[in-house]
Design a protein. Structure first.
Length: 145
């Protein structure tokens, strides 16, 4: 999520290099490459090769929700693993069919998904501006003589 926020906030609609994202967000470049592959496949990012290449959002920041990012990067949003399964054997849980607390976890999941889907990258950028987060626009095109 921080990496896509970085692309939206600092990229200014231009390709952003992964090394710059890694530096600003203090995330391993190798890890970002793995995550970005998933985000590319999900259609949240697009890439451009070459000296002026990098990563850009595939959609407007208002159209990308936090929920989409989480689902693309790590899969379904579940507070407990047993919510991924309806079959007790697959969930490795002996009490799944009669589990009373599963009801609480299911409601928690619904609230989380609803909230995550209601927050967009544009919302995060707006919060960053209000908090005074400075924009580190890409300086690779600045030349000093």
């Amino acid at each position: 999520m921080r990496a896509l926020f970085d692309v939206a906030y600092h990229g200014g609609g231009q390709p952003t290099q992964i090394k710059d994202i890694a530096r600003r967000q203090k995330i391993s470049q190798r890890y970002l490459e793995q995550i970005f592959n998933k985000l590319l496949k999900a259609g949240l990012l697009k890439s451009r090769r070459g000296p002026r290449g990098g990563y850009m959002l595939a959609k407007d920041p208002t159209e990308i929700s936090v929920g989409e990012i989480i689902k693309a990067a790590q899969g379904p949003i579940v507070p407990v693993k047993c919510l991924n399964f309806d079959d007790a054997k697959k969930a490795h849980c002996e009490i799944l069919p009669s589990c009373i607390t599963r009801h609480v976890w299911r409601q928690t999941q619904e609230i989380l998904v609803q909230y995550y889907d209601s927050v967009s990258l544009a919302d995060l950028c707006s919060i960053a501006r209000k908090q005074g987060v400075s924009r580190d626009l890409d300086h690779r095109y600045m030349y000093f003589i």
